[in-house]
Write a protein that binds this ligand. Structure first.
Ligand SMILES: [Zn+2]
Length: 199
């Protein structure tokens, strides 16, 4: 029996025809089933979104923010979606900041207001402030944005999956319920972080 890695890989390209990491036939079929890609006659998988855009947006956000975590002021090394992708957040300059791994990982899919309540952070980053100060409205607005934005603008698989679920209009728009336990790894009784982002 062939080991999994010995099975022929499927060539994968993004919407611009730029090559991405090849994948297994099973994964390729899964992408087609999920409406995230199509297979052409030659067996090449064409993604319906642009994962390479993630790197481009991250570079732009880094140029704007430097390498400072917008939440805690520590050394930032990741791109963080302020409205998380599963809540409908997009990979855009007005929804992304630089974050350290600890903040990005510990917040997980929690809304920014929840994360601030649990951590005691007081970020002054304008992107975070603009969203946190009107968070309920932003959660309404994401649906308008999802109405308008093309699948092609999605920069991550999860973002594309949310787009497909939303546009499928099958009730599959599985945004988290705000009443549910916030999805974060921060323990409610964890002591507040001591380092604040000073303007
Ligand atoms: Zn941080």
């Amino acid at each position: 029996m062939l080991a999994h890695q010995d099975i022929a890989k499927v060539l994968v390209v993004d919407l611009d025809g730029r090559p991405l990491t090849p994948c297994s036939p099973e994964k390729a079929q899964q992408n087609v089933n999920d409406r995230l890609a199509r297979l052409d006659e030659s067996g090449v998988l064409h993604l319906n979104y642009r994962p390479l855009a993630h790197r481009r947006i991250y570079r732009q956000v880094q140029r704007r923010d430097g390498r400072i975590c917008a939440w805690c002021g520590g050394l930032g090394s990741t791109l963080d979606h302020v409205i998380p992708i599963c809540w409908g957040g997009s990979t855009t300059l007005d929804n992304c900041v630089v974050a350290c791994r600890a903040c990005n990982h510990s917040r997980n899919n929690a809304l920014p207001s929840t994360f601030l309540r649990w951590t005691g952070y007081r970020p002054t980053h304008p992107v975070i402030r603009a969203i946190v100060d009107h968070e309920a409205q932003h959660l309404v607005d994401v649906e308008m944005i999802l109405d308008r934005k093309p699948l092609a603008s999605c920069a991550t698989r999860e973002e594309a999956q949310v787009w497909v679920a939303y546009h499928a209009q099958t009730g599959a728009w599985s945004r988290p319920d705000p009443q549910e336990e916030p999805m974060t790894h921060v323990k409610p009784d964890a002591p507040p972080f001591t380092q604040y982002f000073v303007p």
